[in-house]
Design a binder for this molecule. Structure first.
Ligand code: ASP
Length: 457
């Protein structure tokens, strides 16, 4: 019965895509209607109905859809990495794939940051921000207590603290505790180590390889099922987000800043990554080497990223699209995608560099070439340190902001630093930009898996 059911699901892939698209569009419309209504509701019953609608959307989107995806992440990461590593088999080959993968991650993040820096210095979106707008933003920042706590904690940690935190997370003291906390990085490390040793114990390893292969297959079937909730999930998540922010932000004082981030993401995602794919990936099973065809095959993952704002929650769908629809090998997908969803963040790196330069422009701070280079490096590291969850990029951005302040003040002590409260200028639109930078992050991971496939034979 299952194989037949599976076939039906595969054939219906295009129906699912259309349904997800409808979910995205309808969610935006319903969210905007709710946003428009919010300030005109005077009756307590209608205010209650409005609040109930938002609560239902949070339940459907966050609790049910994101919950089901998150439930699958840790088992999927553990099994896919073990399956990937054991099927590569050869230790030296694995080292080569690992080395090229890390090179790909860093190189594409640096390219993304460079695009962001060129655009933000060309368009100068911060030049339009006046004194009054800055004061309002700083006041609104103080009211967002959750973000203030997260940002201040990250600021206290500093750049070295964040890097140290990341490195110390890699080797888990207790692998079960790390899994229970939902931390993918220690699980990836443990699974790589475990997989390598499995390949060394001789024929007795058959039972382990078969076991992990079978569990992986079962998990992918669970993903097939959960993915059918994506239309409702992205509808609810989009409606909830737009109802709180409203599309009018696209016409606000910071619309040029939003435009610069979105243009940068579009150039990186639609021109640069496809070019890299064309140059370095080998043709798919159908003989096609078209990057846009590959993008089309990854469409459900890209749309899920837009809906969930989370590369980690999207990972099961990314895996499904890459292996099932495009035929990327389990070796490559099993290794590159889980690692990529936590450390490869092209969209976040681009966003962080644009945001920091925007704030510097808004506060009248001049940035020389050396400071821009510093931003490129720290934004890349901060993006590596950001988890694949909503708003992680906004929080780690404070690291870049601090590095810029220290650098500029070291050269000229008379300059006033950009206050952390300046982030109030961009906090309100963060969720909207998060959708698109997460889509770029997921697309970057998929391109990486497709390219690394060539080393896996
Ligand atoms: N939400 C992003 C992701 O999950 C991270 C970020 O906030 O930039 O990929």
């Amino acid at each position: 019965m299952w194989p037949k059911c599976d076939e039906v699901l595969m054939r219906s892939s295009w129906i699912l895509t259309i349904l997800i698209l409808i979910g995205l569009v309808l969610g935006t419309i319903v969210g905007q209607l709710l946003y428009d209504q919010e300030y005109s509701l005077t009756q307590p019953e209608s205010q209650h109905a409005h609040a109930t609608a938002l609560a239902v959307f949070t339940f459907l989107g966050n609790t049910v859809f994101m919950g089901l995806l998150k439930m699958l992440i840790i088992p999927l990461v553990a099994t896919s990495v073990v399956v990937g590593v054991t099927s590569v088999g050869d230790f030296r080959k694995l080292g080569r794939i690992g080395g090229w993968t890390l090179f790909y991650y860093i190189a594409t993040m640096l390219i993304a940051v460079t695009i962001g820096l060129v655009l933000v210095t060309t368009f100068q979106p911060g030049a339009k921000i006046d004194e009054q707008r800055r004061a309002e933003a700083e006041a609104s920042y103080a009211q967002d207590s959750d973000k203030v706590v997260a940002l201040e904690a990250k600021q206290a940690e500093g750049l070295m603290g964040a890097v140290r935190g990341l490195v110390s997370q890699i080797i888990p003291l207790n692998v079960v505790a790390a899994a229970a906390k939902g931390q993918p990085l220690p699980i990836i490390f443990f699974s790589i180590f475990f997989g390598v040793v499995v390949t060394m114990i001789g024929p007795r390893n058959r039972i382990i390889i078969d076991f992990f292969g079978a569990v992986f297959e079962v998990l992918m079937k669970m993903v097939h099922a959960v993915i059918w909730l994506a239309p409702v999930g992205v509808f609810a998540l989009l409606a909830w987000t737009v109802a709180r922010i409203g599309l009018t932000v696209f016409a606000s004082a910071i619309s040029t800043y939003m435009f610069v981030v979105l243009l940068g993401l579009a150039i990186h995602g639609l021109v640069v990554l496809p070019l890299i794919l064309k140059l370095f990936a080998r043709p798919g099973p159908d003989g096609s080497n078209s990057p846009y065809r590959f993008m089309h095959q990854m469409r459900q993952a890209i749309m899920t990223a837009i809906g969930t704002d989370s590369s980690s929650a999207t990972l099961p769908v990314t895996m499904e699209c890459a292996t099932e629809l495009n035929g990327v090998s389990k070796q490559s997908a099993g290794f590159v995608l889980p690692l990529g969803s936590t450390i490869n963040m092209d969209g976040t790196a681009l966003y962080e560099s644009v945001a920091v330069v925007f704030l510097a422009q808004a506060y009248g701070m001049e940035l020389g070439l050396a400071t821009l280079v510093l931003i490129a490096i720290t934004a890349t590291l901060a993006a590596v340190g950001a988890a694949g969850i909503p708003s992680a990029g906004l929080v780690t951005m404070v690291i870049v902001l601090d590095a810029v302040n220290s650098n500029v003040i070291a050269n000229d002590p008379a300059v006033s630093p950009i206050p952390v409260a300046a982030i109030g200028l961009i906090i309100g639109v963060d969720r909207i930009l998060d959708m698109f930078r997460t889509a770029a992050n997921v697309w970057g991971d998929a391109v990486g898996a497709k390219i690394m496939d060539r080393f896996c034979d």
